[in-house]
Design a protein around this ligand. Structure first.
Ligand code: ZN
Length: 491
């Protein structure tokens, strides 16, 4: 990994670009105000020094330099201090159980100032955006994404191809595309749960978004993720070969805590842990998952993360690994394909979040008569049962797609149909992607809600998303941070 020498608060708490380690000593060009002049990055390495660099090191420094040396600084949309007033025909505020009709949303800077009835006076000089024929909602939150995955086709080399053949610059370019896709679809916040071998790239991409270099959602990044020896890809190669791994592998509580510390040091907003790895169907037809970390290993990670006021997301399918995840005190269960009644009760008691990510388990099934095909069908069938149990127990459910596992050209909002199809009320499904997710992310009242004081992050759809939640697959208006990013409604 590239090593950094930094002082001060964790990267995630820094405000770019003034404290950014990636934008040193750049100043606006006197000829072109939007062009920054930066000292030559290559000038930092003498010819001799460069000569001593091994290829591996050169590859690792290219990615940050790409972000550093782009001479044309994107024009960061700066929200006007003037008032913008949005006419909302129907307002779903992300928190209330019922929609409201004919509301005015007053936006000043990057925050919502107030909401009023449509009859209220609009100040002269205000910019008015007429969405009176539309349904306006808060910007959506996807609590499980992978901007560094590309929905790799198993027939074309799958996951391994991404790590073995795609260089870090290509992966950064694809992640940039992914971020734009998320924002275009109305997702103004994502929790990105692991870079799959791309190191701390999520924190770098987040920085590029925050400084306005590329468009994208607010990112809560988990960096490298943690699993154990025998607990993550790449695998299946000759044992003599030391293969790169898609996660940071640890054995024992000391290594586990150290990995958490390293990831937190380099800006992780969340820690992602794999509590299960391989899964298969046994002779009795039961879904079985290989457990990875012990309770002691997980407890070391959770203890460390909580000390930094960060949370831990646990990938856990079922069985021993899911039980260890709960006993170790994880904050969110990812996927949770098979959750027993006792585990549902434990989640309710501990306040554990459930991020089911239903959609990916319905694609690319192997033929029914193969071991892989049996496993794929068993996963989907038991997942449906678990989701319904979680609904009945009123567990805290958040919307997550695992997109990246699916191609980024797919619809993220397709997950709403899955959730509603399994019995979730449309308003609850919307809130799982707005105020509930905001609560999990410790951003309650700031995102995922249209209310005074919240960030001005709004979307609009043409139809009634409570009658047809599929409307959310056709987001036509996106405001991010008080600035219109997309508007197909009022043209
Ligand atoms: Zn995932």
């Amino acid at each position: 990994m590239w090593t950094l020498s930094v002082e001060g608060p964790p990267l995630s708490q820094r405000k770019p670009p003034s404290h950014s380690r990636k934008t040193p000593r750049c100043s606006p060009s006197s000829f072109l105000p939007n062009v920054l002049q930066c000292p030559s990055s290559s000038g930092k390495l003498s010819r001799d020094t460069r000569g001593k660099f091994k290829k591996k090191h050169i590859v690792l420094v290219i990615f940050p330099l790409l972000l550093l040396t782009n001479p044309i600084r994107a024009q960061t949309p700066t929200p006007s201090r003037e008032i913008t007033v949005i006419r909302a025909g129907t307002l779903i505020d992300g928190s209330n159980a019922s929609p409201r009709k004919n509301q005015l949303i007053f936006v000043r800077g990057n925050r919502i100032e107030k909401l009023t009835e449509a009859s209220a006076q609009i100040p002269t000089g205000a910019t008015v955006i007429d969405l009176s024929s539309a349904t306006v909602l808060p910007g959506l939150i996807d609590s499980h994404t992978h901007i560094f995955l590309w929905g790799e086709d198993p027939a074309k080399g799958g996951y391994d191809e991404n790590i073995l053949k795609a260089g870090i610059a290509l992966r950064a370019a694809r992640a940039t595309f992914a971020c734009r896709r998320a924002l275009e679809q109305g997702f103004t916040t994502i929790r990105d749960l692991e870079t799959e071998g791309a190191g701390y790239g999520d924190i770098e991409i987040k920085q590029a978004i925050e400084e306005g270099t590329i468009p994208g959602p607010r990112i809560f990044g988990a960096t490298r993720a943690i699993s154990t020896t025998g607990g993550y890809n790449l695998e299946g190669y000759a044992p003599e070969l030391e293969m790169p791994k898609g996660a940071q592998l640890v054995d024992g509580p000391v290594e586990a805590r150290k990995a958490a510390r390293q990831q937190l040091e380099h800006g992780a907003d969340w820690i992602k842990v794999y509590m299960t790895h391989r899964s298969w169907v046994d002779k009795q037809g039961n879904l079985v998952s290989q457990p990875t970390l012990t309770v002691e290993e997980l407890k070391a990670i959770v203890d460390e993360a909580h000390g930094w006021q960060k949370k831990v997301a646990c990938h856990a399918y079922n069985g021993i690994g899911l039980q260890r995840a709960l006993d170790g005190g994880c904050d969110s269960i990812e996927h949770g394909l098979e959750i027993t009644d006792a585990q549902i009760a434990q989640m309710a008691k501990q306040g554990t979040w459930y991020c089911p990510t239903i959609s990916p388990y319905y694609g690319d099934w192997a033929p029914a008569d193969t071991p892989g095909g049996k496993r794929d069908r068993a996963r989907a069938a038991t997942h449906e049962v678990s989701f319904k149990k979680a609904l009945n127990a009123h567990l805290k459910i958040v919307f997550g797609t695992d997109i990246g596992g699916m191609p980024w050209t797919d619809s993220m909002a397709q997950e709403f149909k899955r959730m509603v199809g399994l019995g979730m009320a449309p308003m609850d499904a919307i809130q799982s992607a707005t105020s509930r997710a905001a609560e999990m992310l410790d951003m309650k009242g700031e995102i995922g809600v249209i209310a005074p004081g919240a960030y001005a992050e709004l979307i609009a759809v043409a139809g009634d998303s409570l009658k047809d939640v599929g409307e959310l697959e056709h987001v036509r208006f996106v405001m991010q941070n008080g600035v219109v990013f997309k508007n197909e409604m009022t043209k």
